[in-house]
Design a binder for this molecule. Sequence first.
Ligand code: SF4
Ligand code: SF4
Length: 379
Amino acid sequence: MLEKLLEEFTQLREQTMMELFHDREAKKKKVVGIYCTYCPEELILAAGAIPVGLCGTREETISAAEQVLPRNLCPLIKSSYGFAITGKCPFFYFSDLIIGETTCDGKKKMFEIMSSLKPVHVMQLPHLREADAAFELWIAEIRRLGARLEVALGVKISDTAIWEAVGIIDRERKMVKAICDLNQQDPPPLSGLDLINITWSKGFSSDRREVLRRLTQIYETLEGGNYTHRKPGPRLLLTGCPVGMGSEKVIRLTEEQGGHVVAMENCTGYKRLELQVDTSTSDPYEALARKYYNIPCSCMSPNTYRLELLERMINDFNVDGVIDLTWQACHTYNVEAFAVGRMVKQKGLPYLHLESDYSSGDLGNLQVRIEALLELIGA
Ligand code: SF4
Ligand code: SF4
């Protein structure tokens, strides 16, 4: 039963592709492409458009991207640009507007080049979380995005529509968190690959109510114990750069060697699952700004909430070790690895920092290092 539900969830991407084609032809529905967790997708829903995740997670387009971008750049940025320039991503093709953010240097400069392919709106994200002036700038940027969506999509975004979208996204996130939290059990009901299938695939849906219905079915099936129970094994937490289908090699290698990736703190995992919109405020733009400003990405300085979240997850998921994955040339996550490693070691747990790209060239090396970690844990 669970396997069938997960299989159907994996097919969301293909289904959405067909639906987008139909929606655009028949209902003239607009599509907005997004690349980052900081993008307030509630505003896109409130504008009556479909937000689709465009982050590149596969190697196949990187060589095309390297015709324009430097080789020594994070594979996520190169893959994303490669999908855009090669026309291999139907979601990019369908997008009426692309939204980017000034998170890391590579991404913000890539968006400048991408703007020759499609209309691109870049949100200026301040990186100093603890200053009032920085937060005021971020509220202004959320309002500027709303105004751009209204012009680009030819609509008026009402406060009522934003609050309605807030409710949809909050219910979805609560359900995803509830599913992820079931992995606090030992052995965990879901593999790391199942987790990534759920959290990554949902970003490709054109119908958020349908996604919630399916997520609820998965949750109830797990709650009811209606799945094949897994053997006990070492419990690992994955943190660091975002991972998606196509760039999941560290999860795959860990699980092939008997480890369980029970939780992911990264952007495809837990990073924003606890962040809910404060509905007691009357201004929905300010409420959205506050929620998204709290995302613990390494581009923020200081980024203390990431360490707090990680420490809590280590306890809640009762993990035996932490794997920290940095994509090559991602300086912010690479530098932050020092603080993460120190915190994990202070808790008396093994910590493995891996630096990699999307290629299969280092599979052997990764396998040896993950094997050594599992041995250290005593698998
Ligand atoms: S890691 Fe940072 S820049 Fe990358 S998707 Fe997440 S929030 Fe955005
Ligand atoms: S992984 Fe790092 S370098 Fe790559 S886009 Fe995200 S923050 Fe930027």
